[in-house]
Each structure stands twice: as structure tokens, then as C-alpha cells.
Write a protein that binds this ligand. Structure first.
Ligand SMILES: Cc1cc2nc3c(=O)[nH]c(=O)nc-3n(C[C@H](O)[C@H](O)[C@H](O)COP(=O)(O)OP(=O)(O)OC[C@H]3O[C@@H](n4cnc5c(N)ncnc54)[C@H](O)[C@@H]3O)c2cc1C
Ligand code: SF4
Ligand code: SF4
Length: 363
């Protein structure tokens, strides 16, 4: 069934922090918008992140989600559909876009937070569209030499966080010896993924500090090329972290199964080959272009960056098609706070576009 075609000044695809921040920004300007999220709940990746504070706030940015959700729910200008997917789009008469939305799977039995599941197929006329569909974390199985899915005791950083959230080590002892391997799926010529994902050094170090707080004698090795700046005061923090764990400047070539746990094979700067066993090896996966980047780019006739993210690297919020804008980490690796700020720019550009096309022909 196709519902009566509604219209909206601005349609936002994606309800992570960037989509929510764009919606809230537009609402504060008095502009109505419709936010369509694919999943049953809003929040995107930030929904999975726990607080990383140990003795003080670790500035991970995760708690900004709660404020955005509360404001998006309270603003009458924002209509929220969950479990909604754009299936096609075409330029509308004059200007703007006609976008077909379809339910993404059967409706969840109970609402999870703000928004309602898309009630059926909807054809929506939008004067402008903001794409805020987020990045795709690298699947560590794509770097087979590091043993993910093959060697017991090798997990991804996101899986480590899930174990922490589930209280995995409250009942049984936490691992005594743990390795983080950085830049998995980033800065890697062999995978054709040359970019730095920018957030994974800070993410891994915050996780490491949280683990150390629960088990201070834990031996943690941090295998890295270099440590990416992860915000204010990081240099002072880094000095402290260097006292708490081993920073090993080497990129392991292999993780192999060993009798005492996964073994990391690496070369020291002077060329000496090393092999060291750990209880747990954590792969710090990077960020890549959104999973559906190709389909979305085709649907809206969008440009893509050299690395495959949506839009143009040199024009931060322009997507390469009239009336379409990009927000957050679907345009390139960004932290939560950076994605929120970027969404503010996208909302301002979309609002200006809508104002400029009032009474005009196709822009
Ligand atoms: C391993 C890892 C660690 C990280 N660590 C940190 C950290 O410590 N600190 C930090 O600040 N940042 C961190 N980040 C980055 C952070 O996750 C991003 O900055 C943030 O999630 C970007 O927000 P977003 O809204 O652009 O994307 P997302 O959070 O990914 O949200 C995108 C939303 O769009 C929805 N969506 C996708 N496709 C469609 C579609 N076609 N139609 C409708 N909806 C769609 C998704 O379901 C999702 O809800 C990390 C990321 C990863 C992967
Ligand atoms: S920013 Fe992160 S570490 Fe700080 S209080 Fe919020 S969730 Fe916790
Ligand atoms: S942020 Fe750190 S781990 Fe991530 S790609 Fe950049 S250097 Fe590598």
C-alpha cells in the first residue's frame, strides 16, 4: 500500500548522532524535517559505546547522544521514522526530491526510544535531503593474516567493548595479558585503504585504560605505527598511558594460534623477529565508506571522495547533486563530536538551499 504522499522541507537519512544533530539544528531554526532511520532504534554507533571515564571524563563523546535523543523527541518540527529505507529517488518538478521509503523489515514489537516504525511504503517530497548514514567499520576478517574468525582469542575492538558492557569479566577473571593491534583496515596499502580512521587510537587507549582500572596488573601491549592525536590534553594523557602499558612501534604481520593463546608475530625496528603469546588480541578496526555508498550515490547522482566516502573531500557538506548534503562520518572518518559539528554545517547549508529555492525553478 502506498500512503498519501506527504512532503517535508528536509529529509534526513540516518539517525545516528549526525542525523539527530542535523534534525535538532533545523528544528531550532524553526524548520520542519523528517528523519528516516534504517534500524529499530536511533543513535547509530554511539548507542553501543559505554562511558570510558575512569578517574575523570575520558571525553569519548558518547554521552552527547542522550541529549540529542531527548531534544529530537521533544521538538514538534521533527518527524521520526525508524526501520525506514530509501528505495529510490528522483529530482522533483521545480526543485527538490521525490523519495520512496519502504519498511526495513517487520516492525519491532515495541518502540525503542523516539520515533515510530515506518507504517508502510511512503512517497515523500523533500525540498532538500541530508545523508547521514554513517561509516562502515572494517570487518577484521578482511585482513586474514591477523587471524580474526580463525585464531581463538582474536576479537575486534567493538567486540571487546560489547564484552565490557555485558560485564564479561565480573564473574570470571579478566585476561592477564592483552594486545591491541592498531590500523586494522586503515593505512594499509595491501587493502587499498590508505586513510587514517582518526578515532581508533583514542578508542583503543580509552578501552585499555578501562581494562587497567578493573585489573591494574594487566599486561597490555599496544602495537602501532604512531598514535593519532585524540583531543585536548592527549599529550599529557599519553605520557601517563606510556607508564601503564607497553607501546610497541611495530605492525604485526601475523597472529597465529599457539598453545598458550594467540601469538603475535612482529619485527622490531632493528629488524629482530619477535613472537609473543597473549590471552587476548584485540584488532582496532578502522572506519570505511558506508555499506550502501554505491547504491546511494547512484540513487541521488552523488559524488564520492577518492576513498569512496559520500560527497566531495574539498567541499565538506556538498554531495555533488543539487539539494543533497552529507553529514557526519559517511563523508569521511570523524569522531562523534566532529560528526555533530559537521551535521550543524550540513543543516545550515540545507536550510540556506531551501530558502534560496523558494519560488524558484529547479536548482
Ligand atoms: C570501532 C569504532 C570506534 C570508535 N570510537 C570512537 C570514539 O572513541 N570516540 C568518538 O568520538 N568516535 C568514535 N567512533 C566514531 C563514531 O562512531 C562516529 O563518529 C559516529 O558514529 C558518526 O556518527 P554518524 O551519525 O555519522 O554515523 P553512525 O553513528 O554510524 O549513524 C548512522 C546511522 O544511519 C543509519 N543508516 C545507515 N544507512 C542507512 C540508510 N540507507 N537509510 C537510513 N538509515 C541508515 C544507521 O543505522 C545509523 O543509525 C568510533 C567508530 C568505530 C567504528
Ligand atoms: S564523554 Fe564519555 S567518558 Fe566522558 S562522561 Fe561522557 S560517556 Fe563518559
Ligand atoms: S587513528 Fe590510529 S589506529 Fe586508527 S588508523 Fe589512525 S593511526 Fe591507525
Amino acid at each position: 500500500m502506498v500512503n498519501t504522499p506527504p512532503s517535508t522541507p528536509i529529509l534526513i537519512l540516518g539517525g545516528g548522532v549526525a542525523g539527530l544533530a542535523a534534525a535538532v539544528d533545523l528544528a531550532r531554526r524553526g524548520l520542519a524535517c523528517t528523519l528516516a532511520e534504517r534500524e529499530p532504534a536511533l543513535g547509530g554507533r554511539a548507542r553501543d559505546f559505554c562511558c570510558k571515564a575512569v578517574s575523570a571524563c575520558a571525553r569519548c563523546g558518547a554521552c552527547r547522544l542522550a541529549d540529542l535523543l531527548a531534544e529530537a523527541a521533544a521538538r514538534p518540527q521533527i518527524t521520526i521514522y525508524t526501520q525506514a529505507l530509501a528505495t529510490s529517488a528522483r529530482p522533483a518538478e521545480g526543485h527538490g526530491w521525490q523519495v520512496e521509503l519502504a519498511p526495513a523489515g517487520p516492525a519491532a514489537p515495541l518502540p525503542i526510544g523516539p520515533g515510530q516504525p515506518l507504517p508502510g511504503r511512503v512517497s515523500l517530497a523533500a525540498q532538500a535531503v541530508i545523508l547521514a548514514v554513517g561509516p562502515q567499520p572494517f570487518d577484521p576478517a578482511g585482513k586474514s593474516s591477523l587471524g580474526y574468525g580463525r585464531v581463538p582469542g582474536v576479537i575486534s575492538a567493538l567486540e571487546l567493548e560489547a564484552r565490557l558492557v555485558q560485564g564479561a569479566w565480573e564473574q570470571r577473571p579478566a585476561p592477564a595479558k592483552l594486545a591491541f593491534i592498531q590500523c586494522v583496515g586503515s593505512r594499509d596499502q595491501s587493502l587499498g585503504r590508505l586513510w587514517c580512521s582518526r578515532v581508533c587510537c583514542g578508542y583503543a587507549l580509552r578501552l585499555a585504560r578501562l581494562l587497567k582500572a578493573s585489573r591494574p596488573d594487566m599486561d597490555i601491549a599496544f602495537f602501532h605505527m604512531d598514535v593519532q592525536d585524540y583531543g585536548r590534553a592527549w599529550e599529557e594523557e599519553l605520557a601517563g598511558l606510556r607508564r601503564e602499558m607497553r607501546f610497541v612501534r611495530a605492525m604485526p604481520g601475523e597472529v597465529a594460534a599457539g598453545a598458550g593463546g594467540p601469538e603475535v608475530v612482529f619485527a622490531l625496528a632493528e629488524g629482530k623477529q619477535m613472537r609473543e603469546a597473549f590471552d587476548l588480541v584485540v584488532l582496532s578496526q578502522g572506519l570505511g565508506p558506508p555499506a550502501g555508498a554505491g547504491a546511494l550515490a547512484q540513487m541521488f547522482g552523488l559524488a564520492r571522495t577518492q576513498d569512496g566516502f559520500l560527497g566531495r573531500a574539498e567541499e565538506p557538506v556538498a554531495a555533488g547533486a543539487a539539494g543533497v548534503f552529507v553529514a557526519g562520518a559517511c563523508q569521511g572518518p570523524r569522531s562523534l563530536t566532529e560528526s555533530i559539528d559537521h551535521a550543524g554545517l550540513a543543516a545550515a547549508a540545507a536550510a540556506a538551499y531551501v530558502a534560496s529555492t523558494k519560488g524558484a525553478g529547479r536548482g
